[in-house]
Design a binder for this molecule. Structure first.
Ligand SMILES: *Cc1c(COP(=O)(O)O)cnc(C)c1O
Length: 387
């Protein structure tokens, strides 16, 4: 499973997912406390309110949007592609007045442009993705954009489904009001259980709302009953929460800085391998997402046929795309292991070779290996702040 998600889960996560316990018992309440405290580390927040969601990453997106967006209020959505556009659609369904700021497909959002929109439209909420999985772009100036939103007294919702725990995201330091993640991508957990973290400012806003939310399941004040008051909202996905607990525990044990380093090393090695083999990457370095790589499909090759061949011949799954003529390889969690990289690069190169594309597979494998080696002794990234 080397596509854009779901990703492979560690054996311990799979084992935890096989257990069912009382959703309101003492064990569960201890698990919930630990999930919240480990999440605070992973999101890098001291005071953030952590809520779990039984549902896909999209349910967590909808939870953040539904609780912070009121009917009639103004929302600025920075749209890089499919997922950032989904946030705008969700706000529109809540009868918000949505202004879309389109970003050119292979570029990062520009803080100066966001600033101009903030000045002109004075939105109440800004939505943005850290990484746009659909076209593999990265909004690398997110800290600056979040700071601008804060200056304009605008709450900011960040979708970090494919990026959380793969690269730096500092919720408190960057003054982000809601961070969303799903299980099946950066966290290397199962699909179907997701997390949202709300800032203190966001939580005050939610508590101060006097209208009743359209979404009952996604009402943060109701979810708070389970996550902070040991009582019933809906039957929690106990097995999924146990799996999430284990996935978070593995992240905490590895530490964020070592994990970011592993992701950077593996992603860079794969990028170098792909290029040395003779293929090209879809996005320029500065705007390139490292957690999901977009690779241009060589002329004359049908992407669907390539994926099918790789799956059937080599048992390696990678992803196609929703628009551009690219295939996507994930570099999230367990995907970032040397043996997975060699196998994936070999499957890609050999499949293309069989389809008549001239490539230098040995050069690709050599570049992959030498990049992995070069990182072995590289300095580690700065330590995470919240311990
Ligand atoms: C995958 C993804 C989502 C949606 O997650 P689902 O679990 O499929 O609902 C949202 N945002 C980003 C950036 C993603 O990569």
């Amino acid at each position: 499973m080397m596509g854009a998600g779901p990703v492979p889960v560690p054996a311990r996560v799979a084992a935890a997912n096989g257990i069912v316990i009382n959703h309101l018992g003492d064990t569960m309440s201890q698990i919930v406390e630990q999930v919240k405290s480990m999440s605070r580390y992973v999101f890098q927040t001291e005071s953030g309110r952590i809520l779990g969601v039984a549902g896909p990453g999209s349910a967590a997106m909808e939870m953040a949007v539904a609780n912070l967006v009121c009917p009639g209020c103004r929302v600025l959505s920075v749209v890089n592609g499919l997922f950032s556009s989904r946030l705008a659609d969700m706000a529109e369904r809540l009868d918000a007045e949505v202004i879309r700021l389109p970003v050119y497909e292979r570029q990062s959002a520009d803080p100066a442009q966001v600033d101009a929109y903030l000045r002109q439209y004075k939105p109440h909420v800004l939505t943005i993705v850290q990484g746009e999985t659909s076209n593999t772009t990265w909004n690398h100036q997110l800290p600056e954009i979040a700071r601008l939103a804060h200056e304009h007294d605008c709450m900011i919702i960040v979708d970090a489904v494919c990026t959380l725990s793969t690269m730096t995201l500092d919720m408190d330091d960057w003054t982000i009001d809601a961070v969303i993640t799903g299980g099946q991508k950066g966290l290397s957990c199962i699909p179907g259980v997701s997390l949202v973290a709300f800032s203190q400012r966001a939580w005050q806003f939610i508590q101060g709302r006097n209208d009743s939310l359209k979404h009952w399941c996604l009402d943060a004040r109701l979810a708070n009953r389970f996550w902070y008051e040991k009582s019933y909202h809906y039957t929690a996905p106990v097995s999924g929460i146990l799996a999430l607990h284990e996935a978070l525990r593995l992240i905490c044990t590895e530490t964020l800085s070592a994990r970011f380093n592993r992701h950077q090393r593996c992603s860079q090695a794969l990028q170098n391998g792909v290029e040395a083999m003779g293929l090209s990457l879809y996005v320029e370095q500065s705007a390139r997402l490292t957690s999901v790589l977009g690779i241009n499909v060589p002329g004359g090759v049908d992407a669907k046929a390539l994926l099918k061949y790789m799956s059937q011949r080599y048992r390696v799954e990678i992803s196609g795309s929703f628009g551009a003529d690219i295939v996507r390889i994930g570099q999230m969690g367990e995907q970032c292991r040397a043996h997975n990289l060699f196998r994936t690069l070999h499957a890609l190169g050999s499949s293309l070779h069989s389809m008549g594309v001239a490539l230098d597979l040995p050069a690709g494998v050599a570049a992959l290996e030498s990049t992995l080696d070069a990182y072995e002794f590289a300095p580690v990234l700065p330590a995470a702040r919240v311990g």
